[in-house]
Design a protein around this ligand. Structure first.
Ligand code: FAD
Ligand code: EPU
Length: 336
């Protein structure tokens, strides 16, 4: 058995049958056996291993970054095993601007399209030109363009039709030279004469002040997605809670435009969980959307705390919170 503790930023002390890394498609194909239980892993910052996993873990280490430019754009082809934040930093250093709002998000480049990572008013779908994949069943290599990926809020085809069916090997990005600064979100709006460099440093400063550093306190970022509800449900909630924070959203996958996003942090805060501890798991005191491993957390503690939050929020507001993180049980993904 191999310990999984260092392979997931939540750091639960569990193990699996074997852990192997691969650096190219040929070595992946020689390791992968469709008949055997396997979990593909990048940086482990969105995967919480709840109990001993009966299968093997294959860790993507496909590296390499190539760049060329055209009069309008910078184009990058990036190996899925590259570190996301290091890519953002490299782009900034080279003045290939645009992705600075996404600084300091942990994890690998290969995982960024899967939940369409986003922060501070920006989602990675804006920069993804295409995603190179290997179909697990046949070993065939395929290219999905931006539209094929069906991006949404923390969502893509990789969580639906292609869930568990592909290895992402490379992501191709296009960064327009005529870049636009995105400063509408929170603290970025106060920046004086904003530049990409100022945005990058501000995003890092804000993130470090709010979010626990996984190197010091095990966590997997936002545990739940921010729920998106319809106007009538929002109106009913705001009758009782006049100050409920909210954002209008128009990009709902089902095509309904008038929808309202409510911060799950606020719902969890209102339900009384902020700072609450259950054995080794704590609902983070400055950002209740994050659950942390304060030491010795077990998978059962995580599930118990998360399920308690879901049922309390449901009871108080009628809203069903959905996990953002991947919870991995004995034989694969489990639901709350
Ligand atoms: P992993 O946990 O390794 O994998 C995630 C999923 O993708 C798994 O299901 C895995 O099987 C699959 N997968 C991974 N690589 C591949 C591949 N190459 N091919 C096929 N499948 C693959 N997310 C945001 O969107 N915004 C944030 O602001 C943000 N902040 C965070 C802050 C902290 C402190 C932490 C710990 C997490 C945060 N996250 C955030 C979540 C996380 O960083 C992202 O989801 C990230 O993209 C996960 O990358 P990873 O490589 O660590 O994924
Ligand atoms: N809030 C409270 N109580 C608190 C803290 C926050 O009520 O104690 C409310 C406030 O109204 C605040 C709101 O929650 O304005 C939103 O908080 P924040 O700006 O920190 O963002 P978030 O909605 O909690 C989302 C993403 C983060 C991303 C940030 C910044 C999701 C699920 N989470 O968090 O992504 O970094 O915005 O853009 O969409 C992740 O996905 O892992 C992640 C960290």
């Amino acid at each position: 058995m191999s310990s999984l503790q260092c392979y997931s930023t939540f750091k639960i002390d569990v193990s699996c049958a074997a852990i192997t890394s691969f650096t190219d498609v040929a070595s992946f194909l020689s390791l992968y056996d469709a008949k055997k239980l396997t979990y593909l892993l990048g940086g482990g910052s969105n995967s919480i291993f709840i109990e001993d996993f009966e299968g093997s873990i294959l860790v993507n280490k496909i590296m390499g970054i190539t760049h060329y430019d055209t009069p309008q754009n910078h184009h990058l082809r990036v190996g899925a095993g590259e570190n996301w934040h290091e890519l953002v930093t490299l782009c900034l250093q080279n003045k290939w601007y645009g992705m600075e709002n996404l600084a300091l998000i942990p994890g690998s480049v290969g995982a960024c399209p899967i939940q369409n990572i986003g922060a501070y008013g920006c989602e990675v779908e804006k920069f993804i030109d295409s995603v190179e994949c290997v179909l697990l069943e046949t070993g065939e290599q395929v290219l999905l363009n931006n539209v094929d990926c069906q991006f949404g809020y923390r969502d893509s085809i990789f969580k639906h039709d292609l869930a568990g069916k592909v290895l992402i090997t490379h992501v191709n990005f296009t960064l327009p030279k005529a870049y636009e600064l995105e400063t509408s979100y929170g603290e970025l709006a106060q920046l004086d004469e904003p530049t990409p460099e100022k945005i990058y440093h501000k995003v890092i400063e804000v993130r470090q002040s709010k979010l626990p550093d996984p190197a010091q306190l095990g966590n997997a970022g936002s545990f739940f997605k921010n729920p998106v509800i319809d106007q009538a449900q929002f109106d009913a909630i705001s009758e009782n809670y006049a100050s409920v924070p909210h954002f209008m959203v128009t990009d709902d996958r089902e095509g309904r435009d008038e929808r309202v996003k409510i911060p799950a942090a606020w719902l969890i805060d209102q339900a009384g969980f902020k700072g609450k501890t259950l054995n080794g798991v704590r609902c983070h005191p400055t950002q209740p959307l994050v659950l942390t491993n304060i030491g010795g957390a077990s998978g059962a503690d995580v599930l118990a705390m998360a399920r308690d939050i879901v049922s309390s929020v449901k009871q108080k507001f009628g809203i069903s919170l959905e996990a953002e993180v991947r919870l991995v049980g004995k034989t694969g993904l489990i639901t709350l």
